[in-house]
Design a protein around this ligand. Structure first.
Ligand SMILES: NC(=O)c1ccc[n+]([C@@H]2O[C@H](COP(=O)([O-])OP(=O)(O)OC[C@H]3O[C@@H](n4cnc5c(N)ncnc54)[C@H](O)[C@@H]3O)[C@@H](O)[C@H]2O)c1
Length: 340
């Protein structure tokens, strides 16, 4: 898709962070934007922005895990803008962190439900309508760099994101003959309010977490996201990916090399020699290339102050606030066995 002007974009999670950046960039490209979000306060803020700009925008309060509400939202757009969207952007997501071995069913049901289930619901709701419209179009999703690597404290999140990446590849292949492109964007740190999700955005029915989640852990997360990529810059990467009909966008100068290195890791996992290599490698300090890539992903400016994170980087306080730890009453988690 190269022309955006006059077309319709439907963006989940479009009222904050990455999704709001996408709403701004696609609106500036002349699109009519529909912002679908579960939080009314975020919707109100975003709509105030578009009202001030006098740009066509429509807000729908939508929980992406609610299939009936999703169908109603699709009907609503057809009524308001006259047809199915040309561009479907699946960005709504949540996260929460803690040791894999402390995870509860609620941790999985909530995170996987929104991050993976929400994308499934978007595809099942809109793909038939987009095909029937006969207009072609594009589907883009905000996945995560987490899709390429599992951390010890990210089990539900990185599993959901890896599943989304795989899912989108199926659609990328299937939808090509209909003139519908698919783009998966895999950023690392973004300047956003995702740290609010685990406290303000977690439904009561999924309240039972195995992780230590407090105001302090979320404030630490907020300080990390504060230096993340500007959502408008991320949206520019997404737009370019759509224009180029590119399936995968890793939004950094070293993006393709990062993917190569992530896949190499799997190559090593697949043989005894490779396993030995990885074990030895883990004992070595990171290479300059690895440090630079990490800085790109974290949002540290590698042109200022060399390749190291700045002195005020918040990592030092992870331990102090118990970030990524199990809840106290999870008595089978042995802190002496922690790997990070
Ligand atoms: N922040 C990061 O560092 C980062 C990194 C990689 C990927 N991502 C991904 O980017 C996407 C956007 O997150 P963000 O960081 O901009 O966070 P954000 O919280 O600022 O924005 C996400 C928006 O999604 C909405 N949302 C949450 N659950 C929803 C639901 N069930 N239905 C509808 N809307 C819902 C929230 O209300 C919020 O407005 C997510 O998929 C996230 O996993 C974020």
């Amino acid at each position: 898709m190269k022309d955006f002007a006059g077309k319709i974009a439907f963006i989940t999670g479009g009222a904050s962070g990455a999704g709001f950046g996408q709403a701004q960039i696609f609106s500036e490209a002349g699109m009519k934007v529909v912002i679908a979000d579960v939080r009314q306060d975020h919707l109100d803020e975003a709509m105030a922005y578009f009202k001030e700009k006098n740009a066509p925008a429509h807000a729908i309060k939508l929980d992406v895990t609610d299939r009936a509400a999703y169908a109603a939202a699709a009907d609503e757009i057809e009524k308001v803008y006259g047809s199915a969207p040309d561009l479907l952007v699946l960005t709504a997501g949540v996260n929460v962190f803690g040791p894999a071995e402390a995870s509860t069913y609620d941790d999985y049901d909530w995170v996987v439900g929104v991050c993976f289930g929400g994308v499934v619901n978007g595809l099942v709701t809109f793909v038939p309508r987009m095909i029937k419209s006969g207009k072609g179009g594009h589907i883009a999703a905000t996945v995560s760099w987490g899709a390429f690597g599992a951390g010890p404290t990210t089990a539900p999140y990185s599993a959901a994101k890896a599943a989304v990446l795989n899912l989108l590849e199926s659609y990328y292949i299937s939808l090509k003959p209909y003139g519908i492109g698919v783009t998966a964007v895999c950023p690392a740190n973004i300047r956003s309010r995702i740290y609010e999700a685990a406290i303000k955005g977690r439904p009561e029915k999924y309240a039972n977490t195995g992780y230590n989640v407090t105001e302090d852990t979320q404030q630490l997360l907020a300080s990390i996201h504060a230096h993340g990529m500007d959502p408008r810059v991320l949206a520019d990467w997404m737009k370019k990916g759509i224009e180029n009909e590119q399936f995968l966008v890793v939004p950094y100068p070293s993006g393709p090399r990062m993917v190569e290195m992530a896949l190499e890791r799997f190559k090593h996992y697949a043989s005894p020699e490779g396993m030995k290599y990885l074990e030895e490698k883990a004992k070595q300090p990171p290479t300059e290339e690895e440090i630079r890539m990490n800085c790109e992903r974290e949002g540290y400016d590698v042109t200022k102050g060399g390749l190291r994170p700045p002195a005020n980087a918040p990592q030092g306080s992870f331990k102090d606030v118990g970030f990524g730890k199990a809840k106290k009453d999870v008595d089978w988690v042995d802190p002496s066995k922690k790997v990070n």
